[in-house]
Design a protein around this ligand. Structure first.
Ligand code: FAD
Length: 478
C-alpha cells in the first residue's frame, strides 16, 4: 500500500500539524470501526473549519490519495475502515447544534451526536425521532451517510425522512448545498437524497437541516407474550391491520428472551419462561392515547398469551429491561455474532419465521432474532464460537442462506446498517447488473478519481478471511 508521505506533508503545510495528525495513537484509533477490521491510514485529519475539507479533497484528487470520512466509527459493516490507507477525515470537531424553535428545524453540523440533537430538540419542545441504539455515540453525518434507522422507524421513519437540506463537499472538493431550510424544495435533481445512504462515497456531509416534530405529550408501554414466533408475527399483522400505529413495536424471539431472562435472573411472565414477546410503546396526546390504549388492550386480549401494561415510567423501564438486555446477553450462546439487519415484507412474516426455525436446525447454531416489527427490520444474530471451525463454516453458510431467503421474499439484505465491506458479497443478490452499473456510473460521475471511501460497496471483500483487532467499545452490547 502507498504511504502518501509527500501528499501528507503538503497537506500538513496547508492545514497545520494540529489538524493533520500522524502520531501512532491517532492512526491506530482511526484504523478500525465497530467491524474491528483494521487498516492503518497515512494521516487522520480533524478539520475545525468547513473549508479545510475542500482543501483536503482537492489535494487528495491531485495526488490520488484515498479519503475515508468518519464520524464515531460505530458502523458494524466496515464502512469507515480506510481500506486503501490514505487520509481518514474525522468530522467530530464540527459538532454545533442549533434549533429554530419557530420553524421546527434543527441546524446541525456533521460531527454532532444524535442523542445531543434529540436533547436540544426536546429542550425546545420538539422531537427528533430517528433513534439508532448507537445514538449516544453516533453522529448526524454518519446517520445521514448510512440512512440510520431505529425503533421509531415504523411510525415516524428513518433519517432520510427528517433531512430537509444538506451542505458539504463533492469528492472533487467543491462546496455544495442540497436544498434550503424550507420544507419544500423542487429546484433541480434531488442530490440530497442521493447522498443519504451513500456511505461516504458520493460526498462529505458537513451540515444538515433536520425536520422536527412536536414532542408527544404522553407515552404508554405494554409487554405482550406469545406461544411461539409465528403467533407473534401473525398478531403483529392483526395490530397493523387494525390501523394501530405504535411508536415502537419491538419483537424478541424465544432465544432472545431466554438470554435476557438469564441475564436478569428472572422470568418476565411468571410461569411462562422464554416466550417470544412484543414490546409496544404508544405515543401521542392524552386523547390519542386513550383510544389507542383501548384498541391495543383488546388486541392483546384476543391475540397474546399474556400482557403487562406499565402504570408509570418506572414500570415502563422495567418492561424495557428485556429489550435492553437481550443483545449483550446473547454472548452466552457463542463468542462471535453476525448481527444481520435484514428486512422482510409484512406479508411474509410467518413464512420467514418457519424458515428461520429450519435454518436453526440445519445449521445447529443459535440464531436469536429481535427487531422492529412495524417496518419489518429484523436483527438476525447468528452466534458461533470463533475457535470451532465447523461453527465458523456453518455461520458463513447460514448468512448466505439468510440473504438469499430475504431477497426471495421481497425483503432487503440491509434495512439500516448498509453495505460497507461486510455485505459486499451479497450486493448482487439484491441488485441486477444494470442497477449496480447505474450506481457505479453515479460514483464515477461525482468522483472521477475514485478517492472518496474507495473499496466499499462494489468490490467483494471476504470479511471471513480478515483478522480483527481486539478492542472494546463503550457502545458494545447496546
Ligand atoms: C451498538 C450499536 C448499535 C447500533 N444501532 C443501530 C441502529 O439501531 N440503527 C442503525 O441504523 N444503525 C445502528 N448502528 C450502526 C451505526 O451506529 C450507524 O450506522 C451510524 O449511523 C454510524 O454513525 P457514525 O457516526 O458512527 O459513523 P461512522 O461509523 O464513523 O461511519 C459510517 C459511514 O458513514 C460515513 N460518514 C461518516 N460521517 C460522514 C460524513 N460527515 N459525511 C459523509 N460520510 C460520512 C463513513 O465514511 C462510513 O461509510 C449501531 C451500531 C452499534 C455499534
Amino acid at each position: 500500500m502507498k504511504d502518501f508521505a509527500h501528499a501528507t506533508l503538503l497537506l500538513r503545510r496547508k492545514l497545520g500539524a494540529k489538524v493533520v495528525l500522524t502520531d501512532a495513537a491517532a492512526l491506530e484509533a482511526a484504523s478500525y470501526d465497530s467491524s474491528r477490521i483494521a487498516v492503518r491510514p497515512a494521516a487522520v485529519v480533524r478539520p475545525v473549519k468547513r473549508e479545510q475539507i475542500g482543501v483536503l479533497l482537492k489535494l487528495a484528487n491531485e495526488h490520488g490519495v484515498p479519503v475515508t470520512p468518519r464520524g464515531r466509527g460505530t458502523t458494524l459493516m466496515g464502512s469507515a475502515v480506510p481500506l486503501h490507507g490514505g487520509w481518514v477525515l474525522d468530522l467530530l470537531g464540527l459538532d454545533k447544534i442549533g434549533v429554530d424553535a419557530e420553524a421546527g428545524l434543527a441546524h446541525v453540523q456533521a460531527g454532532a451526536k444524535v442523542g445531543d440533537v434529540q436533547k436540544a430538540a426536546a429542550a425546545a419542545g420538539w422531537f427528533y425521532p430517528p433513534d439508532p441504539s448507537s445514538k449516544d455515540y453516533s453522529t448526524i453525518g454518519g446517520n445521514v451517510a448510512c440512512n440510520a434507522g431505529g425503533m421509531h422507524g415504523g411510525k415516524y421513519g428513518v433519517t432520510r425522512d427528517f433531512v430537509v437540506a444538506l451542505k458539504g463537499y463533492l469528492p472533487t472538493g467543491e462546496f455544495v448545498e442540497w436544498g434550503t431550510a424550507t420544507r419544500k424544495f423542487a429546484a433541480g435533481f434531488n442530490l440530497r437524497d442521493l447522498w443519504i445512504g451513500s456511505e461516504g462515497m458520493l460526498g462529505v456531509v458537513t451540515d444538515a437541516v433536520l425536520r422536527l416534530i412536536p414532542a408527544p405529550a404522553a407515552r404508554w408501554t405494554l409487554l405482550t407474550s406469545f406461544a411461539d414466533e409465528v403467533s407473534a408475527f401473525r398478531a403483529a399483522r392483526a395490530l397493523f391491520a387494525a390501523r394501530v400505529q405504535p411508536a415502537i413495536c419491538e419483537f424478541l424471539d424465544r432465544a432472545s428472551v431466554t438470554c435476557a431472562e438469564s441475564a436478569m435472573k428472572t422470568t418476565i411472565f411468571p410461569g411462562q419462561p422464554g416466550r417470544p414477546v412484543i414490546l409496544l410503546e404508544l405515543a401521542g396526546s392524552e386523547a390519542e392515547l386513550k383510544d389507542a390504549k383501548k384498541a391495543v388492550l383488546a388486541w392483546a386480549e384476543a391475540n397474546a398469551a399474556g400482557h403487562r401494561a406499565a402504570k408509570n415510567r418506572d414500570e415502563a423501564e422495567a418492561l424495557w429491561a428485556v429489550r435492553r438486555k437481550c443483545s449483550g446477553a446473547m454472548f452466552q450462546m457463542g463468542d462471535a455474532k453476525l448481527n444481520e439487519d435484514i428486512t422482510v415484507p409484512l406479508g411474509a412474516y410467518e413464512e420467514f419465521a418457519v424458515w428461520l426455525e429450519k435454518l436453526r436446525a440445519s445449521s445447529k447454531l443459535a440464531i436469536p432474532t429481535f427487531g422492529h416489527l412495524a417496518d419489518g427490520n429484523l436483527h438476525v444474530n447468528i452466534m458461533y464460537h470463533k475457535a470451532v471451525p465447523a461453527e465458523c463454516r456453518a455461520a458463513e453458510k447460514a448468512v448466505l442462506a439468510l440473504m438469499k431467503k430475504v431477497v426471495s421474499l421481497g425483503g432487503a439484505i440491509s434495512g439500516e446498517h448498509g453495505i460497507g465491506l461486510a455485505k459486499t458479497p451479497f450486493l448482487r443478490l439484491q441488485h441486477s447488473e444494470a442497477q449496480i452499473g447505474a450506481m457505479k456510473a453515479v460514483k464515477q460521475a461525482l468522483d472521477p478519481k475514485g478517492i472518496l471511501n474507495p473499496g466499499k460497496m462494489f468490490e467483494v471483500f471476504e470479511v471471513w478471511k480478515q483478522p480483527r483487532v481486539t478492542v472494546s467499545f463503550p457502545w458494545d452490547h447496546k
